[in-house]
Design a protein around this ligand. Structure first.
Ligand code: AP5
Length: 234
């Protein structure tokens, strides 16, 4: 006899792709999905920043500090071994990948070849935010170097100025959150990433969510989208 209500944890979430312009809230929402579903967040930007002291990391930083995209071949080569780690078996959240049509095609092929697509293919959540909000979001962003928690001086300040609520570490500002670099990142997004939206809309379980609502409301809508797409949902 089949169970009328399967427990949520018993069903796989599969791959989740978070799309959105820089500052749309991908990292913020990814941290909430991790806490709720217990699957890993795979942020290409975080992986590249964590490699900063290696020769490859220094090569990557040259692109990032100019606000340019890292070449596709390099990104895919770095990502492939990460996706094959055991913690990805029940699903994972891609934050900042794919960012170009070739990256998306590589990913869809990789997932199919490794039987990681899930029954319905990846779930894509596209967060939309008006450009007027973005400078304030990016220029006001502060991150904890120890635990990675994201704050914002304007919308989500820490309880004690400049210090992480969770571990007291001194918050830092990303080097690419400089106004001149922000401008270049937005140009890269328009030229290289926007065409990806329509490409993925046709090939996945796709949800567009308004990202300018308060964080908790956005999270509610993201969870609703994930539940409506996950394996076994009607
Ligand atoms: P990456 O690190 O991925 O940065 P990004 O895509 O530019 O996105 P961000 O991290 O800036 O923004 P987010 O959407 O995560 O917003 P967040 O949640 O932090 O990439 C950096 C660089 O690495 C790229 O420029 C490129 O060079 C390279 N790179 C990475 N991946 C690559 C790839 N696949 N291919 C090629 N190159 C690649 O939120 C922003 C702020 O807003 C925070 O302060 C937050 O507190 C606040 N906030 C969030 N939600 C809300 C809300 N609802 N209301 C009010 N404030 C909010």
């Amino acid at each position: 006899m089949s169970e009328p209500f399967a427990a949520p944890a018993a069903r796989s979430l599969g791959p989740v792709i978070l799309l959105g312009v820089p500052g749309a809230g991908k990292g913020t929402q990814a941290q909430r999905i991790v806490a709720h579903y217990g699957i890993p967040q795979i942020s290409t930007g975080d992986i590249f920043r964590a490699a900063a002291d290696t020769p490859q990391g220094r090569e990557l930083a040259q692109y990032m500090e100019r606000g340019e995209l890292v070449p596709d071949r390099l990104v895919c080569a770095i990502l492939a071994p990460r996706l094959q780690q055991p913690d990805c078996r029940q699903g994972f959240i891609l934050d900042g990948f794919p960012r170009t049509v070739p990256q998306a095609d590589w990913l869809l092929t990789f997932l199919a070849e490794h039987r990681m697509s899930g029954a319905r293919g990846p779930i894509v959540v596209y967060l939309t935010v008006g450009y007027n909000d973005l400078y304030r979001r990016l220029a006001g962003r502060r991150t904890c170097p120890k635990c990675g928690r994201i704050y914002n001086d304007f919308s989500q300040p820490p309880q004690r100025p400049g210090l992480c609520d969770l571990d007291g570490a001194e918050l830092v500002q990303r080097r690419d959150d400089d106004p001149a670099v922000i401008r270049e990142r937005l140009i890269s997004y328009e030229e290289r990433t926007l065409p990806l939206i329509e490409h993925l809309r046709r090939r996945s379980c796709f949800h567009q969510i308004y990202g300018a609502d308060p964080v908790a409301r956005v999270t509610e809508n993201v969870f609703w989208a994930l539940e409506s797409c996950r394996d076994g949902a009607a």
